[in-house]
Ligand binder design. Structure first.
Ligand code: HEM
Length: 330
C-alpha cells in the first residue's frame, strides 16, 4: 500500500522534477543554486563590463559557444591551449583561427573562482556568456540549463565537425542532423550572423571565381553588393590585411531580424547564409523573418535552438572535470 502511494506520488511529482531538467541530458536549470548562487549574476555583470569596453566581442562570445558545442560537444574543449606542437588543439584548427574572446572568458572565470572555487565549469561559462552577449545586444534572454563538465582533451583534427565554409544546404542539413538539429535550427541559428563580421578570406571565393580568379561573382550574390565587397576585399588574396565586412550590414551590433532581410535580397555575406534560400524550410523561414513582423517568434525560436545546441554532447555527473583555468586541464 505504502509502495503504491509512493509510486503515485513519484508519478505526480515527475513533471515538476523534470521541469528543471534541460533536454534530458543531465543538465538542469538552477544547477548552481546551492553551490554558487551568485554565478549567473557574476557572469552577467562581468560580461556587461567587457562588452561596454569592447562591444565587438558580443559576436565573438556567441561564436565561441557554437564552435565549442559543434566540436566534441559543449565541453569547453575549444578553450584548451596546445601544449604539444605535434597535437594542436581545436583552438589552433583552421576554422578557429579567427575566434576571439578567450581573454574575456578567462577574466570572468577568475571572478567565478574567487567567489566559488572549482565549482562552475568553463563549458557552462561559455553558454552563459553567449546568452548574456545576445541579451546585451538587445536580443532575447533565455534560461540556460547548467551542469556541463569540462573535457580533458581537444584536437584540431576534430574541427571538421563544424559545417564547411563553402558547404551547400545538403551538407549543412547533414552536419546539423548529426548534432540532433534540423533545417529550422539551421535557419534560426544562422540568425546569429545578425552580429559580427567576417574576414575577406571567408567569402572572397564568392567574389572572385572562374578560371583566373577574376570578377565572376557567385550568382546568389546581389551585383551591387558584390561590387562593394570587392572594394573592401581587393584581389582574391583572402586577406587584405585582415579586412572584414559586417554580416548584417548597418546593424551588426544589434541582435535583430535585418540579417534575414539581407539574405532574402541576395545580400547574405557567407555562402552558408545564401544557401538558406536553397531549401524550402530555411527559405520559408528567411522570407517570413525578413518581413520584420515576426521578431518575437525569431527571439523565442533562437532561445529554443540555442538550448538544443547547448545540450550537444555535454559531459555531466562524474565525467570530465571543473577546470580551474579554462585554457588548461587541471
Ligand atoms: C550554419 C553554418 C555556419 C557557418 C558555415 C558559419 C561560418 C562563419 C564564418 C565563416 C564566420 C566569419 C569568420 C571570420 O571570417 O572571421 C562566422 C562568423 C560568425 N558566426 Fe557563424 N557560421 C555558421 C553558423 C553559426 C552559428 C550556429 C552561430 C551561433 C549560434 C554563429 C555565430 C557567428 C558569429 C556571431 C560570427 C561573428 C563573429 C565575430 O564577429 O567575431 N555562426 N561564421
Amino acid at each position: 500500500m505504502a509502495a503504491a502511494w509512493l509510486a503515485a506520488l513519484a508519478f505526480a511529482l515527475a513533471p515538476l522534477l523534470c521541469a528543471s531538467e534541460g533536454n534530458g541530458t543531465g543538465i538542469a536549470f538552477g544547477y548552481y543554486n546551492a553551490t554558487c548562487p551568485e554565478a549567473e549574476t557574476i557572469v552577467f555583470r562581468e560580461t556587461a563590463r567587457i562588452l561596454r569596453a569592447s562591444p565587438d566581442l558580443a559576436a565573438s562570445l556567441l561564436r565561441l559557444h557554437y564552435h565549442d558545442c559543434f566540436v566534441q560537444g559543449c565541453d569547453a574543449s575549444v578553450l584548451l591551449d596546445t601544449t604539444d606542437a605535434a597535437n594542436p588543439t581545436e583552438k589552433d584548427g583552421k576554422p578557429n583561427e579567427s575566434l576571439r574572446g578567450f581573454d574575456a572568458v578567462a577574466r570572468v572565470k577568475d571572478k567565478l573562482e574567487t567567489a566559488c572555487p572549482a565549482t562552475v565549469s568553463c563549458a557552462d561559462l561559455l553558454a552563459l556568456m553567449a546568452r548574456d552577449a545576445v541579451l546585451l545586444s538587445k536580443g532575447p534572454r533565455w534560461a540556460v540549463a547548467l551542469g556541463r563538465r569540462d573535457g580533458r582533451s581537444s584536437s584540431a583534427g576534430n574541427c571538421g565537425e563544424l559545417p564547411p565554409l563553402y558547404g551547400n544546404m545538403t551538407v549543412m542539413v547533414e552536419v546539423f542532423a548529426g548534432k540532433g538539429m534540423d533545417a529550422k535550427d539551421i535557419a534560426v541559428l544562422s540568425g546569429a550572423h545578425t552580429l559580427g563580421k567576417a574576414h575577406c578570406s571567408s567569402f572572397a571565393d564568392r567574389l572572385y571565381s572562374g578560371a583566373n580568379a577574376t570578377c565572376v561573382t557567385d550568382p546568389a550574390l546581389d551585383g551591387r553588393y558584390a561590387a562593394r565587397l570587392r572594394l573592401r576585399c581587393p584581389g582574391n588574396n583572402g586577406g587584405n590585411g585582415g579586412a572584414a565586412a559586417e554580416m548584417d550590414a548597418g546593424s551588426c551590433g544589434t541582435f535583430d531580424t535585418s540579417y534575414y532581410r539581407h539574405v532574402a535580397s541576395k545580400r547574405g555575406l557567407l555562402q552558408s547564409d545564401a544557401a538558406l534560400m536553397e531549401h524550402p524550410v530555411t527559405a520559408a523561414y528567411v522570407r517570413r523573418a525578413a518581413t520584420g513582423r515576426y521578431d518575437g517568434h525569431f527571439f523565442s525560436d533562437f532561445a529554443e535552438s540555442m538550448a538544443k545546441m547547448g545540450a550537444v554532447g555535454v559531459l555531466t555527473g562524474d565525467q570530465g572535470e571543473i577546470r580551474i583555468k579554462c585554457n588548461r586541464v587541471n
